[in-house]
Ligand binder design. Structure first.
Ligand code: UGY
Ligand code: MN
Length: 324
């Protein structure tokens, strides 16, 4: 019926390549999975509860099942606000043994007011000295497996990172922490928070031991990039104890990699800002902020930034170890 609008078959004779008309086609995704690379775009993300975490969903985007020696995943910590409840209370400092404190440290909601102003009502029922030692949280992390190191980078929201020493770091968007293998820690969040996390089994070398690193991207110095034009920052020290690094790379529109790279290292990439074309092997992909790329060792790789704003990506790269 064409009486009240566009004529019959109008779309056939008036096609458009406007991106808005190419979105959300049934079954359409830009994601691809190939032998030596993968592109995982946001419409393909599948979240499920992270084992042993509280109120947190994860989407593993890269894992050894692809051929990688690391995992890269998004963790959505749901916090308290959007659930109307808190998952539990964390006791940071223990000054004396006290049964009444113990009962409040259990990460369940059962002994906490069911809804409403949960934080204030639950803390209001505690003696002040006890309340000061507790922090309400909506979601909480679990530890990686034995001998596995972890780097977390905050994409949205904030977390409190607590260490066994009693120290707590507050991490906001664009800040990160590297936790050496077997370093006990916990991350809690009381609002919607998204992290990107990299984990791998640490490869020891000599008597070197990596340290905890906490920082933020904007505090990292710009590094020399001989022969290249992009701006480079590294989130970890380049010294031997560290068996990987995370590079933050910025390109202005029109800038591109000069080296058509082929190398032994593997990569996990998250495009944080902008858009462009990524070449992987013989395939050329339009990409934009939110896209993830896995690159196997030796896959030919090249990027050109397009669009009207700068591109920034975050890149996992294994370093400092003999590939033999
Ligand atoms: O350091 C690197 O390997 C980096 N330039 N690779 C890349 O951006 N694909
Ligand atoms: Mn590379």
């Amino acid at each position: 019926d064409c009486s009240k609008g566009t004529p019959l078959y109008w779309k056939v004779t008036n096609p458009t390549l406007a991106p808005v008309h190419l979105q959300d086609l049934p079954g359409f995704t830009r994601s691809v999975y190939k032998k030596d690379h993968a592109l995982i775009t946001p419409e393909s993300h599948v979240f499920s509860p992270l084992p042993d975490w509280t109120n947190s969903l994860g989407a593993y985007l890269i894992s050894p099942a692809l051929g990688a020696h690391f995992t890269m995943y998004l963790a959505n910590m749901q916090g308290a606000e959007d659930r109307g409840e808190i998952a539990g209370l964390e006791k940071f400092e223990e000054t004396e043994e006290d049964e009444s404190i113990r009962s409040w440290t259990s990460p369940t909601t059962s002994n906490i007011c069911a809804s409403g102003s949960v934080l204030s009502c639950s803390l209001a029922r505690l003696p002040i000295s006890v309340a000061l030692q507790l922090k309400a949280y909506g979601s909480k992390s679990a530890l990686p497996p034995k001998d596995v190191e972890r780097l977390i980078f905050v994409l949205q929201g904030s977390i409190a990172l607590s260490l066994e020493s009693g120290t707590t770091h507050s991490l906001l968007v664009d800040s990160y922490a590297y936790l050496p293998a077997n370093m006990k820690h916990s991350m809690i969040s009381d609002g919607p928070t998204t992290l990107v996390i990299f984990e791998r089994r640490y490869t020891a070398i000599g008597d070197h031991h990596p340290d905890l690193v906490v920082g933020s991207t904007d505090k990292q110095p710009l590094l020399e990039t001989p022969g290249e034009v992009f701006e480079l920052r590294k989130l970890l020290p380049t010294s031997l104890p560290y068996d990987f690094n995370i590079h933050i790379m910025d390109f202005q529109p029109g800038e591109y990699l000069n080296v058509k790279e082929v190398h032994y290292n593997q990569h996990g990439l998250l495009l944080l800002e902008g858009q462009g074309i990524y070449r992987l092997g013989d395939s050329w992909y339009p990409v934009q902020a939110g896209d993830t790329i896995w690159m196997a060792p030796f896959v030919p790789q090249w990027y050109a930034a397009l669009g009207k704003t700068k591109s920034r990506y975050l890149l996992y790269k294994d370093v400092n170890r003999n590939p033999l």
